[in-house]
Design a protein around this ligand. Sequence first.
Ligand SMILES: Cc1cc2nc3c(=O)[nH]c(=O)nc-3n(C[C@H](O)[C@H](O)[C@H](O)COP(=O)(O)O)c2cc1C
Length: 478
Amino acid sequence: MAFKDLRDYLSHMRSRGKLIEVNQEIDVDLEIAELGRIATYSHAPPLLFNNVKGYPGWKVLTNVYYSLDGIYEIFGTDKLESIGENFLSSFGDLPTSMLDKVKSLPSILKMGKYMPKERRPSFEEDQRLNLELLPATKTWPKDAGRYMTFSIVITKDPEKNINNLSIYRVQIINEREALVHWQAFKRGSMSALKYKDIGITKVPVAIVNGVDPIITLTAASPVPPGLDKYLFAGILRDEGVDVTELDNGILVPAHAESVLEGYVDLNDMRLEGPFGDHLGYYTPQDYYPVFKLEKAYVRENPIYHVTSVGKPPLEDAWIGKGVERIFLPFLKMIIPDLVDMNLPEYGLFTSVGIFSIRKRYPGQAKRVMMAIWGTGQLSFLKTVVIVDQDVNVHDLNQVVYAIASTVDPQRDVLIVPNALNDTLDHTVPSPPLGSKMGIDATRKFKEELGREWPEEVKSDPEILKKVTEIWNNIKPRA
Ligand SMILES: Cc1cc2nc3c(=O)[nH]c(=O)nc-3n(C[C@H](O)[C@H](O)[C@H](O)COP(=O)(O)O)c2cc1C
C-alpha cells in the first residue's frame, strides 16, 4: 500500500523504530549535510531535524534512501524486480514486436489505476514565503551557496502534455530567483527547447519538496521520455498519485510539503556552481537558466527533504541501485539478450556498467554494447563490460576473472571516440564529448577466436563427492 505523503512514510518509519529524531540545534550551513553523510555511510536510518537554526517551524529530513534496506522500506518489499515483472505480465504476451509493446504502454496505462487523481491540496498559499526562507542546505564548503537538493522540478511537455518530474539541483540566488541545473538531454531541458521552438521563453515550472519517497525516486529515475512520470510513479506505488493543478497549469502532488510556482526564463542564463557532486569532485561553473518565483505554497509545520551527494555510496547511489533492479525487467524487454546488470555504487552509475547476456552468436557482445549506449540514460555509461550469463555480475571478483580469462584487448575492447558522456565527468576532454569503452568479456565463438575455445577444467563428480565428505571431517572448525 502506497504512502499518502511524506508524513505517512515518517509515521511508518517511526513505528518501526527506524527514524532518528534530532532535537539539538543544527545549521543548514554544512552541518545537516555532514551529519547526513555520516549517517548514510553507516547505513543508519533517516534523520529528522526538529530544531533547525534560523528556520523556526520547519523540520528537515535527510537519509531516506540510506541503503538498499531504505529502498525496501519505501516499497514494502525487497523484490524490486517483481514490481516491473508484475506490471509487464499484466499485459501478457501480446503477439506484437517488442517495440510495439513499448509504444503501447502509455495507452494501456491511461486505462488503469495508475493515472494521477485530482485532489484538494493539503498546502496553502503563503505570501510571505520566499526562496531564502526555505531551509535548503549548503552541502560542501566550496559550494556556491545553498541548494535545493531533493526538490522535484516539474515541467509539462508543450507538445504531448506529458508531465516531467525530475530531481535537478537548484541553486538559490535570492528571495525570488534560483538556477535550475537541468543537464542537456534531460526531460526539463528537452521540453524547454520545445517551448523555445514555439516562441515561449518563460517555461511554466513548479519546484516541489517533500512527497511520498517513491515519487521522489521516480523523479530521479530514467523513465523513457514518452512516458508520463506521474503514470510511472503510479505503477511503482501501485496507485495513482494525488495531484492538484497550479494556476500556471503545472500538476503537482496534492500532499507535498512545499510548492514553488513560477517559470524558468530561458533568456536569463547565469553561471551556476561550483557544487560538490556525485563524482566526489566540485563541478565547475556553467550557464543554466533562472527560475523565477511567482507564488509559494506550504503545509502547516512543513518538512523539508534534503540530501548530499559526494563520494559513493551516498543516497543517490542507493536510489541508483533501486532503479537498477526496478528497471531490469523493462530493459530486458528492449534488449532481450540481457540476463542481469550491475551498475556498481562505486562505478558512479554513469561510469561503469556490467551486463550479462545469453550468448548465442559471434559479435553479440558488441551488438549489446551498442544497444545499451542507445538506450535512454544508459547512453551516458562510459565503460560497459559484457559477460556470459554464468558470471554473477554482482560479484566483482567473478567479473575480473571473466575479463582476465576471456579478453584479448585488441579484439575485445571497443573504443568509441567523441561520444556523449555525463556532462559532470571531469575526465573527458571536451564535455559532454568523451570516449567510451566496451569490454567484451564473454567466451569467444570459433569465428571470434579463430579456433575452438579451450575446454574449461571441471571436477569428476564422483571424486568431488567423495573428497567433500573427507574435507568435511578434516576441515578446521570455526
Ligand atoms: C540527488 C540527485 C541529484 C541530481 N541532480 C541532478 C542535476 O543537478 N541535474 C541533472 O540533470 N540530473 C540530476 N540528477 C539525475 C536526474 O534526477 C536523473 O537523470 C533523472 O532521471 C532525471 O532525468 P529526466 O528529467 O530526463 O527524467 C540527480 C539525481 C539525484 C538522485
